[in-house]
Design a protein around this ligand. Structure first.
Ligand code: PEP
Ligand code: MG
Length: 576
């Protein structure tokens, strides 16, 4: 793939990356403000100390006011809480008093004085550990904002604007995503990040067009008008009539893609239930409203994140009940805690592990901290009893048939009927038949299956090409899993369901390939349901199988994707 910008004519520049969320827009591009550098150590005061102290306190007040205003406009309660807490820190009198002392007594510049005073607080908080230590990063955020204000520079992070714009960044961190306002940010483009990065997941959740791994986009001058095509993975500066027409065409088809009627099926009537990935009760209600036919992945770690201690069985039950209730009697696939690697939990995971993605994560935490899993299963069983939901339970990060058998025992001992495991490791894919001997279903976690098959960290933009579920090696893992499930089904006389709940299911072209490989159900962020359903409805099983055959025999991810897209003209027709 060509990652360098190319001139389309004398004034237009085209940047190519990986399209991760469809949509076409034209808007000015604004880069994420760079991090604020520390003022030089011991930077001396120039001028009068009293006017420096006054500037300092004015800067802090203006940061506080801005944060409070943003809290009022926040799109979620959680984002509002983060912003309010940060505003309180910016208005902390003791912080300004300490900084003022450093200006008056040590003749430090107001920037350096504030930096030192805030750093002192952050260090103290870190030393306290637990919740307080987590707040240290917030103090550092306030520190950067006040220093930027004193310097007359843009605040770090996502730019705040009232007009629509395309946000360009190296990659987005979860903290940036909490404060991103989709009313003004109309597309995301990043120079780094892969299809499984936070940027990609966020874009799909919000329904924003997005292109990742587009080298050079952060160098585009701020304010330049650009055209973004989130399906083709391209960004073109100074758009012309051709791009304006492409945007207008997208508006026409996107109306067709705005809603899902709640029934996933191929053109020949083959049912392909389309489910949703959720983490919270709010997500579950939104997914039900979007027509999802159930939940294919409930990431229960969201009920635990940010906690120093294990939630009680009662607390967990309450959270699960609220989520289950959103779906009446539909199927809910609950994944037990997937802690570790990029989701560390203080009471379960060891942060000193040298290689956490290959360490004690997911189901394996039951070996080092027994009891947590059993208590979680008890809570899931209690919630299932209190609701109508058809509850299925699965374990993450399974590698052997022995682990699968042990998990099934625990699930049944808790009084739950349907057990399954995720296929996220090549070991699980290759031994799917044996793994399915004791459990009722498998769900392919293609995000991790891709990173482990390709030995490529899913968070690294520089490995985006390797880290693609279109890689023929990954598709062969999926094919192998489906074949194992067919063998286990005929052996037992009971159909063993194969689902996909990784991001691959949300790509309409790949969804066809997955069905052709033998996948029964697809689970994705609710925003992707309508597009996936629209494409599946135009393809029959025979065609899906032939498309899957093409993809399996390609020699690269790029070739697989291009060959499949060429065989599915409906994608171009719908602008996907
Ligand atoms: C996956 O690995 O594909 C998956 C669905 O799990 P997570 O993204 O939560 O690791
Ligand atoms: Mg996973």
């Amino acid at each position: 793939m060509d990652y360098s910008p190319s001139e389309t004519d004398s004034t237009q520049l085209r940047y190519t990356g990986v399209g991760v969320s469809p949509g076409r827009v034209i808007a000015p591009l604004i880069p994420m403000a760079p991090p604020v550098a520390a003022p030089p150590e011991g930077e001396a005061l120039t001028g009068d100390p009293e006017s420096a102290v006054e500037r300092l306190s004015e800067a802090a007040t203006s940061v506080k006011t801005e944060l409070k205003e943003r809290a009022e406009r926040a799109r979620s309660e959680a984002a509002a809480e983060v912003l309010k807490a940060t505003a309180l820190m910016a208005g902390d009198k003791a912080l300004i008093k300490n900084a003022a002392k450093l200006v008056r007594n040590h003749s430090l510049s107001p920037e350096r004085a504030l930096w030192d005073a805030a750093s002192g607080y952050a260090d103290q908080m870190r030393a306290m550990g637990g919740y307080m230590a987590e707040r240290a990063a917030d103090i550092e955020d306030v520190r950067a904002r006040i220093v930027a204000e004193l310097r007359g520079m843009p605040a770090p992070g996502v730019p705040q604007r009232t007009e629509p714009f395309v946000l360009a960044a190296e990659d987005l961190a979860p903290a940036d995503t909490a404060v991103l306002d989709p009313r003004t940010v109309v597309a995301l483009v990043t120079s780094s990040g892969g299809p499984q990065s936070h940027t990609a997941i966020l874009a799909r959740n919000l329904g924003l067009p997005a292109v990742v791994a587009a080298t050079g986009v952060t160098d585009i001058e701020s304010g330049t008008t650009v055209f973004v095509d989130g399906a083709a993975g391209s960004i073109v500066s100074h758009p012309r009539t051709e791009q304006e027409q492409a945007v207008a065409a997208w508006h026409r088809v996107s109306e067709q893609l705005a809603s899902f009627d709640g029934h996933g099926a191929l053109a020949d009537g083959t049912e392909v239930p389309l489910l949703a990935n959720v983490g919270t009760a709010d997500d579950a209600r939104a997914a039900a409203a979007a027509g999802a036919q159930g939940v294919g992945l409930l990431r229960t770690e969201f009920c635990f994140l940010g906690r120093d201690t294990e939630p009680t069985v009662e607390e967990q039950t309450e959270s699960y009940v609220e989520i289950f209730q959103a779906f009446g009697s539909a199927k809910i696939v609950v994944r037990t805690l997937d802690a570790g690697a990029d989701k560390p939990l203080p009471f379960l995971t060891d942060t000193t592990e040298p290689n956490p993605a290959l360490g004690v994560r997911g189901y394996r935490t039951d070996w080092t901290t027994p009891g947590v899993l059993e208590r979680q299963l008890r809570a899931i069983a209690a919630a299932a009893q209190q609701t109508e939901a058809n509850v299925w339970v699965m374990a993450p990060m399974i590698s052997t048939a022995g682990e699968s058998a042990h998990f099934a025992e625990l699930v049944h001992a808790a009084g739950l009927a349907v057990s399954g495991v995720m296929v996220e490791t090549p070991a699980a894919a290759i031994t799917a038949e044996q793994i399915l001997d004791r459990v009722d279903f498998v769900s392919l976690g293609t995000n991790d299956l891709t990173q482990y098959t390709m030995a490529a960290d899913r968070m690294l933009g520089s490995l985006a090409e390797l880290n693609s579920p279109w890689q023929p090696a990954v598709l062969r893992m999926i094919e192998r899993t489906a074949a194992g499930a067919r063998a286990a089904s005929s052996e037992s006389g009971v159909h063993k369901n194969v689902g996909v709940c990784g991001e691959a299911a949300a790509d309409p072209a790949l969804a066809v390939v997955l069905v052709g490989l033998g996948v029964d159900t697809l689970s994705m962020s609710p925003r992707s349901l309508a597009a996936v359903a629209a494409v599946l409805a135009r393809v029959d099983l025979e065609r899906a199988r032939s498309v899957a055959h093409t993809a399996l025999h390609a020699t690269s991810a790029h070739e697989a994707r291009e060959a499949v897209r060429a065989q599915l003209p409906v994608l171009e027709e719908l602008g996907l």
